[in-house]
Structures are given as structure tokens and as C-alpha cells.
Design a protein around this ligand. Structure first.
Ligand code: ADP
Ligand code: MG
Length: 249
């Protein structure tokens, strides 16, 4: 069953057709990668899924409900969480405080700054935050300032904060961009763990083919705003059009 169904989506920026008649179906509990050259429209597509952009044409259905016209926070409440290219964490706060913010936001629908001060009376939220950090192997770093962590750990924290929202669909836009190999492998392992242990669907935009082929069960290749081909990793690897359009052969 498809958890996300994109039909005939188009998006223009002035004279530029960033997305042209995009059809995409993402099956529940799979890891689906979206690849394609720079400027292919990958981030634009993702932004249309989370309410940051509104497509000019077409429809986007999540679990049978239209996301179009809804605000990003409403789409988040429907069960879609996203991770951007640059980690969105609070560097001045500790790892634990970052996680608490995410857990408060999930419970209360908003985060009140004074909630951290009266944290002692918030047992349920603290327990959830501790549980998440434990699960995501960040518990031993909970008192560290987030800014002092490695790139891989920052990403780990950000993904963990997304998971604290209990999403059914996790969207990631180039989560390993600019990372050293060790951090990239760390992120691959984390996503593998999430895939195995949690009942969620992952859609990942990714440039690094090592990451794509380590994780994806389905791959859509986007070129010039249109899906060129969609298939299994094995088929994609040997596809002549893909080699030409994406791998530059
Ligand atoms: P990708 O993520 O695949 O690299 P993008 O979705 O970011 O591609 O961009 C697709 C095309 O749309 C590019 O040509 C880009 O320059 C253009 N574009 C993206 N966002 C905007 C915007 N806000 N305004 C104008 N043009 C944009
Ligand atoms: Mg992009």
C-alpha cells in the first residue's frame, strides 16, 4: 500500500519548470530514494510534500488525505517529519535539552521556554527523551553542548528529534552532504537501525550512491523536474538512461 501518492505535480519558478508532471508512489515501510543531478527538482519536490511550497498543479496524498493547502506544522502532525540539508538543532543547548524540546512539542503541540525550568514536574516527557536518547545511542552525550558534537552526531540528534515526533514518514534531504566517510557510515547505520526497529517509511534524497545503495529498496531518478525511471537498486545500477543522465556516462 502507498503511504504517499504524488500525482501530476508541477511547480514553476517564473519561466523555469522546476517540477513537470511528477508522479511518485511511496510504499509503506520501505526506504525509497530520490536521486538525480543538481537542479533536478528533488528539494522542490520535498518542499511540496511538507507544505513549504504549494504545487501549481497536481495532488499530494498522505495516507489517503490531501496535504495541499495545509501548513507545515499540520503536515507534521499528520505524521510527516523532515530532515534538511543543514542540521536544525540548538547548538547552545545540551543534547538532552534539544531532545526535550522535541518531546514537549510533540506532547503539547508547542514548546514553552519555561517548560525546561519546571522540568522536574514533567516526568513523562523526560522519560520519553531519555528513552529516545538511549535508543539512538546518544545517552552518554546528553550533557554535551550540541554545537560541540561531530557532524555525524549532530545529524543523529536531529534525526532522533524527528523520531520523537512519532512520524510515519521520515523525509531526508541529503542527510550526509558534506560529511566525512566515518560520519556518513554512522548515518547509514542509524538509518538501517531505524528501518529495522521502527514501523516507518523513509524517503531519502541523496547524492552519495554508496548511501543510496546501502539503504534504498526503490529508487526514483529525477531529471529536469520529471521522473526518468523508478526501479529496484539492482535495475537502476544497470540502467543506460541513468548512467547517462545521472552518473554522467
Ligand atoms: P535539486 O534539489 O534537485 O538540486 P532544486 O529543487 O533545489 O533541485 O531546484 C530545481 C530548480 O529550481 C533549479 O533550477 C533551481 O535553481 C530552481 N529553484 C529552486 N528553488 C527556487 C526558488 N525558490 N526560486 C527560483 N528558482 C528555484
Ligand atoms: Mg536539493
Amino acid at each position: 500500500m502507498a503511504i504517499l501518492e504524488v500525482k501530476n505535480v508541477g511547480k514553476r519558478f517564473g519561466g523555469l519548470k522546476a517540477l513537470d508532471n511528477v508522479n511518485l508512489s511511496i510504499a509503506e515501510n520501505t526506504v525509497h530514494a530520490i536521486i538525480g543531478p543538481n537542479g533536478a527538482g528533488k528539494s522542490t519536490l520535498l518542499n511540496c510534500l511538507i507544505g513549504k511550497l504549494i504545487p501549481d498543479t497536481g495532488s499530494v496524498m498522505f495516507d489517503g488525505q490531501s496535504v495541499l493547502g495545509r501548513k507545515p506544522f499540520e503536515i507534521n502532525q499528520m505524521g510527516i517529519s523532515r530532515v534538511f540539508q543543514t542540521p536544525e538543532i540548538f547548538g547552545d543547548l545540551t543534547v538532552m535539552e534539544n531532545m526535550l524540546i522535541s518531546c514537549f512539542a510533540k506532547r503539547d503541540g508547542a514548546f514553552e521556554l519555561n517548560a525546561l525550568a519546571s522540568v522536574a514536574s514533567q516526568r513523562d516527557v523526560i522519560e520519553k527523551a531519555e528513552h529516545m536518547l538511549e535508543d539512538m545511542k546518544l545517552m552518554d552525550k546528553r550533557h554535551m553542548h550540541a554545537a560541540a558534537m561531530s557532524r555525524g552526531d549532530k545529524r543523529r540528534l536531529e534525526i532522533s528529534m524527528c523520531l520523537a515526533q512519532d512520524p510515519r514518514l521520515l523525509l531526508l534531504d541529503e542527510p550526509t552532504a558534506g560529511m566525512a566517510r566515518a560520519d556518513t557510515n554512522n548515518t547509514i547505520d542509524l538509518l538501517k537501525q531505524i528501518k529495522e526497529e521502527r514501523n516507518i517509511t523513509i524517503a531519502i534524497i541523496e547524492h552519495d550512491m554508496h548511501v543510496v545503495f546501502s539503504l534504498a529498496e526503490r529508487i526514483t531518478v529525477l531529471a529536469q523536474g520529471t521522473p526518468l525511471v523508478e526501479d529496484t537498486p539492482e535495475k537502476i545500477k544497470g540502467h543506460p538512461k541513468v548512467r547517462e543522465a545521472y552518473l554522467g556516462e
